[in-house]
Design a protein around this ligand. Structure first.
Ligand SMILES: *Cc1c(COP(=O)(O)O)cnc(C)c1O
Length: 453
């Protein structure tokens, strides 16, 4: 019976079960930079914050024209204006293999919203999706709010973060409704080969599970690498590709994302996605008005310039961090990030990557996101969109920090690094010690432990 004397207002299960691990971890972190040194945040996944990466003039002009036209002040259809969707269909079509039309596109409020609709359209509470580890935490945030379970398949650092395919397949059960694949990857910066993507699609096909492809970093690959849309590699597996303007066009705040539905054999229930789009009542119309121009008129040189800067940063950062004792960077092939392994055994003062990162903030004012944010301990993620000068400075400070805390245990005694000279200070610095110092370590071994909780 309703108690009419007392207010009883509680948050819904949906609200209570929704939380963003990055926000949770970062908000509870000790972030007290050293006042002597200006903060360098290698943690922010927004390419616009440093001012070195700006959208092409054509992109800005297109929105100005859209506003001036006066045609985009009213409501649009829930899935977006036909002209805007046609433009995205053209952009997402793979000639001969996967031709799309406007009806195959749903415009969303950013790619996050696209992923949300896909997960929500495919899964009921209690069912599950497979997601990558390390991976973008949003998948879990979106799923768990709805009581949809996430099961992690591992990415293998020693194989340039390729999927552990056997593990992926072993996770699939009757309740598995989708496999989420993020290529190119945040946080890894990896770009999968055609062969590897095909192997993933074979797992999906054998088990009849559709793929949600998070392709927000489409075409964002370094020189010599190639980007393959997942849908271009399968005739059988339905693929919901989530993309948008956010990263490639350097306009995250404009909130323009989309779902491209590749469903040659009519396997998916498209009405579900259409219905869900009615919850957002269409995305921002001004950007929709500009979309055809943005997608067709942005010069190639704009993308090339962006990638050139980030690739240059990646190379410099990789080289500098490779020389740092106790750290092991993994060279990315695209996107805007690099993962760096921390050999925690060599830093006995710190219990975990979180403590390590906190101390680095307090002493060096360099902020990297701890691997914990991506459910991947003993690593940290570095953002590569920072201006070169600051990134170099950050790497130098990281080197100083690690040199200060690095400890080697050799022949029964501890060998410290010398702070001033940045090298081993004991007299018994010999080939043995050098060998141990550079010996590879395997941070993934510790992940299984973390999995227990
Ligand atoms: C940034 C990002 C998104 C979300 O992009 P928005 O368009 O800003 O919502 C989705 N997936 C990955 C992997 C990302 O890094």
């Amino acid at each position: 019976m309703r108690d009419r004397k007392m207010w009883n207002v509680t948050a819904s299960n949906y609200a209570t079960n929704t939380f963003n691990p990055i926000r949770n971890i970062v908000e509870n972190m000790q972030i007290v930079p050293n006042p002597e040194k200006p903060m360098i945040a290698l943690s922010i996944g927004d390419p616009t914050v440093f001012g070195n990466l700006t959208p092409a003039e054509e992109i800005t002009e297109a929105v100005v024209a859209s506003i001036r036209s006066g045609k985009y002040n009213g409501y649009g259809p829930s899935t977006g204006f036909v002209e805007a969707r046609e433009a995205v269909a053209k952009y997402c079509s793979v000639s001969d293999v996967a031709e799309l039309e406007a009806k195959d596109i749903i415009l969303c409020s950013g790619c996050s919203c696209s992923i949300d609709l896909c997960i929500t359209a495919l899964c009921c509470p209690g069912q599950n999706i497979l997601v990558p580890r390390p991976g973008f935490p949003l998948y879990k945030t979106l799923a768990e709010g709805l009581s949809i379970k996430t099961k992690y398949y591992n990415l293998l650092p020693e194989k340039n973060w390729e999927v552990d395919l056997a593990m992926m397949e072993s996770l699939i059960d009757e309740q598995t409704k989708a496999i989420v694949v993020n290529n190119p990857s945040n946080p890894c910066g990896s770009v999968f080969s055609k062969e590897h993507l095909t192997a993933i699609l074979q797992v999906a096909e054998r088990n009849k599970v559709p793929v949600i492809a998070d392709e927000i970093y489409d075409h964002f690959v370094f020189s010599g690498e190639e980007y393959h849309p997942m849908a271009s590699l399968t005739q059988e597996v339905p693929v919901l590709s989530c993309g948008g303007l956010t990263k490639r066009y350097l306009i995250p705040g404009w909130r323009m994302g989309w779902i491209a539905i590749y469903d040659r054999n009519g396997i998916l229930d498209k009405q579900g996605l259409q219905s869900l789009s009615q919850r957002i009542i269409g995305t921002n119309t001004l950007v929709q008005g500009a979309l055809p121009t943005i997608l067709s008129k942005t010069p190639k040189s704009f993308f090339e310039d962006t990638i050139k800067q980030i690739e240059g940063n990646a190379k410099m950062c990789f080289e500098m961090i490779t020389a740092v004792p106790g750290l092991k960077p993994i060279m990315p092939q695209g996107a805007m990030y690099m993962m760096v392994g921390i050999d925690m055994d060599k830093f006995p003062q710190f219990e975990n990557d979180l403590q390590f990162v906190e101390k680095m903030i307090s002493e060096e004012s360099v902020f990297c996101l701890p691997g914990k944010c991506f459910d991947y301990p003993n690593y940290m993620r570095i953002v590569l969109t920072v201006p070169e000068k600051q990134l170099r400075e950050a790497c130098e400070r990281m080197a100083a920090f690690c040199t200060r805390y690095y400890q080697e245990f050799v022949n029964g005694h501890t060998v410290d690094m010398d702070v001033d000279h940045g090298y081993l200070s004991t007299s018994d610095m010999n080939e043995d010690v050098k060998a141990v110092k550079t010996a590879s370590f395997d941070p993934t071994a510790l992940i299984m432990e973390a999995e227990a909780d």
